[in-house]
Design a protein around this ligand. Structure first.
Ligand SMILES: [Zn+2]
Length: 153
């Protein structure tokens, strides 16, 4: 290959460098989860979520950030089925997750479509929190209502 200017951010690197591995892990992590749709957001989501959904044979959608300068009127692009998983590299405060949940709720209400949030899948191995988190898991502090391994420990 010819030389190039490398503008790939550190958090995007794993999508290029270990895509097959990330997909294999996601298949495993989501194995017992009932869902038919993956929803992501941002640049990393736009790259990874369609790839992953294609491998898993499910629907996918991307929730736009409000400031992405798009000419589209759609807050969400893609297909939303009956149960969706939020896919992201990491969740810190949970603000992005809440925004995406609001967008999905508004969007599906407007179109008279019922869909259920089935949890979060975090794929970025560099972070301490990876894997699947149930819908009632709360990011940012210990969640008493959640029965996932991380909250029980
Ligand atoms: Zn939990």
């Amino acid at each position: 290959m010819t030389d190039r200017l490398d503008m790939t951010a550190v958090y995007l690197r794993p999508i290029w460098d270990s895509c097959d591995e990330l997909i294999a892990k996601a298949k495993e992590g989501l194995d017992n989860v009932l869902f038919d749709t993956l929803i992501g957001t941002g640049v990393s989501g736009s790259i990874f979520v369609p790839l992953l959904a294609r491998e898993l044979g499910c629907y996918w959608a991307i929730a736009r950030k409000s400031n992405d300068g798009s000419h589209s009127f759609n807050a969400i692009e893609g297909d939303i089925g009956e149960r969706w998983v939020f896919v992201d590299d990491l969740v810190d405060s949970g603000a992005t997750l809440k925004r995406v949940q609001r967008q999905v709720d508004n969007w599906t209400d407007r179109h008279n479509w019922e869909t259920e949030f089935a949890g979060t899948y975090l794929y970025y191995e560099g972070m301490r929190r990876t894997g699947y988190f149930p819908a009632n898991h709360i990011f940012g502090y210990a969640s008493v209502d959640c029965e996932c391994e991380r909250c029980i420990d």
